[in-house]
Every structure is written in C-alpha cells, then in structure tokens.
Design a protein. Structure first.
Length: 407
C-alpha cells in the first residue's frame, strides 16, 4: 500500500470515507475512498493510492458498503408528522431533519391544492426558510396545484382548483422569493399553454399533471416548453389504443422526464417496467410523493384538509383514492431495480442525476465528483442507509461497525 504521510493538517471539516465501493460520476471504484473538505468533495480514488494527511477523520468500512450520491426528491409533501402546507419553520425543520435517514439530501418542498391564502402562507414560509446544517437542503418549491383539472383530481381537493393564471403565478413566486422551481399544471385548461410558456422562459420546470389532456394537447404543451410529467400514470388521462393520452405522450416524448412512484401500489411493477423499457434511465425520475404519515404508524392523517387512512404502506382517502404515499427514497431505489432489472448505476441516475439536471443544479449536486457538494449516503449490502452527509455535515448515522480512525 503506497501511502505518503503529508504535513500535519488539523481540519475538523476534513474527513475521508475509506475502503468502500464509490459510485462516482465517472466510474464505480471498488475498494475506493472519498475525501471531503469544507462541505465539498476534494478527492475520489482507490484506497491504496490515498495520501494520509494530518489529523483528518477517517470512516473505514469494507467493499460491501457503497457510497452513493445523495438522492433528490422533487415531489414530497411531508414526513414524520409535518407537511409543507403547515407553513411553519418547525414543519420544514422536521422534514429536513428526517429525510437524510432514507438517503435524501435535498428536495423540493411540495404544496397541494388549497385556498389561495393557505398556498401563499406555505410558499412564503418555504421561500424564507433558512438551511439548517446537517439537514437535507430545500432546493425550492414544487407548486402542485391549484392549476389542475378536476376530472383528474386524485387526492387534490377539486373545490380549490383554479384556471392557470400567469399573473397569479407572478404574485406567488414573488411571495416565495422566486424559489418556485417546478409547477404541476393541466395545460389543456384555458390559460395553461400560456403559463407553460411563461415558466419555460424563466427556467422554471413546467410539469404536466392532474391533467385530462389528449395526446395532441400534450404535444402542444411540449412545443410550449413543458419538460416534465408528474407521477406517471397517476392523475392523468391514461394510455388507450385510440387515444394515447398524457401517459402515452409521456412514454413517447423524449422531451418529457417522467416522475414515478415506485412503491408497487400507485403503479403496478409491470407498468413501471414498461415505462423503463420505453424511457430508459435517462427519462425517469424517482419520487416519493410522501405525506406527513411517512415514518409514523398506521392511522388517520391530514392531507390538504382531507382525512387519509394509512394502513400497511397505503394511504387512502375515504373514497378509496390513493392519497400520496409513505414511500422512502431508499425503498424506491431498491424497488426500481426489482421492478425493472436495472442496475444500481441506472437507479442512481433516476434518483440523483436526473432530478439534479432537471432543476439545473447538476453543477453541484446529483453525482459524486470532485468540486461538488458533499451530499452522499452510505448503503449496506442489504440496501439500508448507514450514514448520510449533507453538504459535508453528518446528517444521519445508523452505523454499527464503522471504524473511526484519526491519522
């Protein structure tokens, strides 16, 4: 082992993850290491080439432990009893603290259709939120509703839906400190195409969702700049042999990235496999669409002012409609492999790289590369999260046999 001793460097913000399999942006490195300093990745390589430098902390594992880029959930309402619509700092603190346990290091705080005042309170709160060290990072807001089609309401309250309106959006984005990064809307409704164009011109992701659009209307929205589809198959006109609908257009259009809830309840595994075969890992984004009941026991919970019964992994309205999920990203990562036969590298692309690119943050997140934010998690051979780091801060640990060295 060729290790050179450098001059003593005392830097508590500098540490190494050693003797692991590193899933870096360029390659998968067996018996590798990753070095962090002041919240950034500064080295990635083979363990036998690592230079020992001063009193850096070393977390030593074995090759059965993998280091994966932190996952980015672009569609999550809440977790552990908290919801974005609670419109409080405490709620966002709860969410940002809880998510690293499942390997999520950043996300979009997602709203739901409600009366205008409730939405305004929620987006203003999220727009003013200050990042907490050692918590998942809020990358912005996903405005899901109220510009939706009541015919495809799903668990979105129909009474509060309204037509897409550029002026309303302008007011809301200003209230949110211009932090709205993704908007789910039904483009076929009057004002929808205009809003898609407005969002696209400003670098905001326009997503087709809770929509009854025909294939032709979806293609028109794509021409206007739509680039995203909210939870594929759910809350949309489905695939039919004489009308491809939103689902068919999503599967056929390379311009559209498609979210998928890979919990086995929202979409049958075979349909996820169909989507994967058509879209490949380049066209899909794993999400949870999780509600406040995630990480809590079975019972009744609130979602957008509606009662939701959570039992054995399913969240349902009283009428039997699926209402968000209690899915964890670590399970979505495992499920997509089981459902499609894809590799872990493929799954990482859907959970980390694609959402980072879609949100325009791939220069600093979404993969393990020198110079990027130190957002990553350690995964055991059985798929459990052992440790998670957010911007170089230890955000979660469940390590039982980690060797902690100081050199």
């Amino acid at each position: 082992m060729n290790r050179k001793k450098e001059c003593l460097i005392v830097n508590e913000a500098c540490f190494v993850i050693d003797h692991v399999t590193v899933y870096s942006e360029e390659q998968t490195i067996q018996n590798g290491y990753l070095k962090v300093d002041n919240g950034k990745i500064i080295e990635i390589g083979h363990t036998d080439e690592r230079t020992i430098a001063g009193q850096e902390k070393v977390y030593s594992f074995n090759e059965s432990v993998s280091v994966l880029p932190g996952m980015i959930d672009v569609h999550i309402h809440g977790v552990n009893g908290a919801d974005t619509m609670d419109a409080s700092t405490e709620a966002l603190d709860t969410i940002t603290k809880a998510l690293p346990a499942e390997g999520t290091t950043s996300f979009l705080a997602t709203t739901i259709t409600q009366e205008a005042k409730a939405i305004e309170c929620a987006i203003q709160n999220a727009g003013e939120y200050r990042q907490q060290p050692g918590h998942a990072e809020v990358l912005g807001i996903h405005l899901e509703g109220p510009f939706l089609n009541s015919k495809r309401a799903g668990a979105q309250p129909p009474h509060a839906m309204q037509q897409p309106d550029v002026d309303v959006f302008k007011t809301w984005n200003k209230l949110a400190n211009n932090t709205i990064k993704l908007v789910t809307l039904a483009p076929e409704i009057e004002g929808g195409m205009e809003l898609v164009r407005y969002l696209t011109e400003r670098g905001i992701v326009a997503s087709i969702g809770h929509s009854d659009a025909t294939y032709e209307q979806v293609m028109e929205a794509v021409e206007c700049g739509a680039s995203h589809v909210t939870h594929l198959y759910n809350g949309m006109r489905g695939l039919h042999h004489r009308e491809p609908g939103v689902a068919g257009a999503a599967l056929l259009s390379k311009q559209l990235k498609t979210e998928v809830i890979a919990d086995g309840y929202h979409v049958r595994p075979e349909m996820i496999k169909l989507a994967y075969f058509q879209k490949s890992d380049a066209g899909m984004i794993l999400i949870t669409d999780a509600m406040r009941a995630k990480c809590l026991k079975n019972g009744r919970y609130d979602l957008g002012g509606q009662d939701v019964e959570v039992k054995d992994g399913k969240a349902l309205l009283d009428n039997g409609t699926l209402a968000g999920s209690v899915l964890k990203m670590k399970d979505a990562l495992a499920n997509i492999q089981a459902f499609t036969g894809c590799t872990l590298e493929n799954a990482i692309k859907m959970a980390s790289e694609n959402p980072a690119k879609q949100l325009g943050v791939f220069d600093r997140k979404g993969s393990l590369a020198v110079g990027k934010d130190a957002d990553f998690f350690l995964r055991s051979i059985d798929g459990e999260v052992m440790m998670t780091f957010c911007n170089g801060h230890l955000a979660y640990t469940n390590k039982g046999d980690v060797e902690n060295e100081n050199h």
